[in-house]
Design a protein around this ligand. Structure first.
Ligand code: NDP
Length: 386
């Protein structure tokens, strides 16, 4: 029987990698739904190539163009609920929309999928209370896709908090690891999105350049795994070959190594134990000899100080930091603010007199999350246009 698949954000970096994995074994998959925001040309091409049953283009402007081009595919637009498009339970959803825009579709997808692979870390850090309840209610299997989280999951299956002493999430250090801090203010967007090891979407590339991505990853990990959040540490590892290192209570230390290719965790989430990923290089002493590690320079990357604040200042503190960061990354990419303004402005948001009120609310629904998210977006914009 063919595996029924939904890909949210199929036109992005993770979405395309997921389809590349599927392409090698097309006969065993049925693409039930692909979604995109604006990139209708790519969506049309993917729908034709993979005989997608349904596509959803978020921006209404492109609906007619998509509809005219796809005769055999049902076309939807806007914020329509996935449950209205996909009537029968499917096997696997890849949640790969960028930003909190992925939260509602991810929650919808949990209700219609046997397993959900989540790359969209923003939905986890903002909406975990809701996501976790839905996962339990619908008995959906959660598969973390982020390379570090995929590795932590592999290393800690069936373990309890007592079994684990330290969890290292590695960070490449991004494109500016060896650039002095005083030069960081004049960084141009095109330099920030040029990651040394990974080819990713623009937003996560900027997050990787100032290490905000690691802030989000520690929060993401502390939500999905049952380990005390004080056990997570960031370590710089410029080669990005080791993805996480864990020290256990029995004295052992284990790490997971693999090439910087997101198709590896993606393909593992798709196939589970039956995965056969053939393109991996042989273990090479020359590569292993060059692996290096260093502690994070928090003066150069002050974003790391936000981890503790996000974890301790209220259930919606991560939502506020995420919303502010989403606005700031867009402002930086459109050259309206400087690179270092991103983290500086987030710090100002956290010090704002109204922060506590919006951070300490208890999120019961996505609407509750949106209230704090909207406050942070508006406040950030006001701070930046002053
Ligand atoms: P991209 O920017 O490459 O792709 C984002 C996808 O989301 C595109 O399909 C885009 O559509 C769609 N999208 C954007 N905005 C909206 C919106 N408002 N509503 C609906 N769809 C939208 O991002 P990545 O693939 O790099 O990252 C996706 C997620 O995975 C992020 O959360 C990221 O942090 C996470 N991740 C990514 C990794 C990577 O290697 N890239 C690694 C680990 C995690 P369109 O093309 O039309 O704009």
């Amino acid at each position: 029987m063919k595996k029924k698949i939904v890909i949210l954000g199929s036109t992005g970096s993770i979405g395309k990698s997921t389809l590349e994995v599927i392409k090698k074994d097309k006969k065993n998959f049925e693409i039930v739904l692909l979604t995109a925001n604006n990139n209708y040309k790519k969506l049309i091409q993917q729908a034709k190539q993979f005989n997608a049953k349904n596509v959803l283009i978020k921006n209404h402007k492109y609906y007619l163009k998509v509809k005219k081009s796809l005769k055999k595919t049902k076309v939807y637009y806007g914020n329509i609920s996935l449950k209205k498009i996909v009537k029968k339970k499917i096997d696997y959803t890849m949640s790969a929309i960028v930003g909190i825009a992925g939260l509602q579709p991810t929650v919808d997808a949990i209700q219609i999928s046997k397993s959900i692979a989540i790359a969209n870390k923003e939905s986890i850090i903002c909406g975990w209370d809701i996501i976790s309840k839905q996962i339990n209610k619908y008995k959906t299997k959660l598969l973390p896709v982020d390379s570090e989280h995929f590795s932590i999951m592999e290393l800690t299956k069936n373990l309890r908090d007592d079994d684990v002493k330290e969890i290292i999430i590695t960070a490449s250090g991004g494109p500016f690891l060896n650039i002095p801090k005083k030069k960081l203010n004049n960084i141009k967007p095109k330099q920030a999105i040029k990651h040394p090891n990974w080819k990713m979407g623009k937003k996560i590339s900027v997050d990787s350049a100032n290490l905000m991505n690691k802030v989000f990853e520690v929060i993401e990990a502390s939500k999905i795994f049952n380990f005390n959040s004080s056990k997570y540490k960031i370590m710089i590892h410029p080669q990005s070959y080791v993805h996480s290192i864990i020290r256990f209570s029995n004295g052992l230390i284990k790490m997971i190594l693999y090439d910087t290719d997101m198709k590896i965790p993606i393909s593992n989430t798709l196939y589970g134990r039956k995965n056969n990923f053939s393109n991996v290089k042989k273990i090479d002493a020359k590569i292993l000899n060059k692996l290096t590690f260093q502690n994070v320079n928090k003066k150069k990357f002050p974003s790391i100080n936000l981890i503790n604040k996000c974890l301790t200042l209220g259930a919606l503190a991560p939502t506020i930091v995420n919303a502010s960061n989403e606005v700031l990354v867009n402002l930086f990419l459109s050259k309206k603010i400087r690179f270092l303004d991103i983290v500086k402005t987030i710090e100002k948001i956290i010090s704002d007199k109204d922060f506590k009120k919006y951070a300490t609310r208890k999120p019961i629904s996505i609407k509750d999350i949106k209230i704090s998210d909207n406050w942070a977006r508006l406040k950030t914009l006001v701070m930046c246009v002053r």
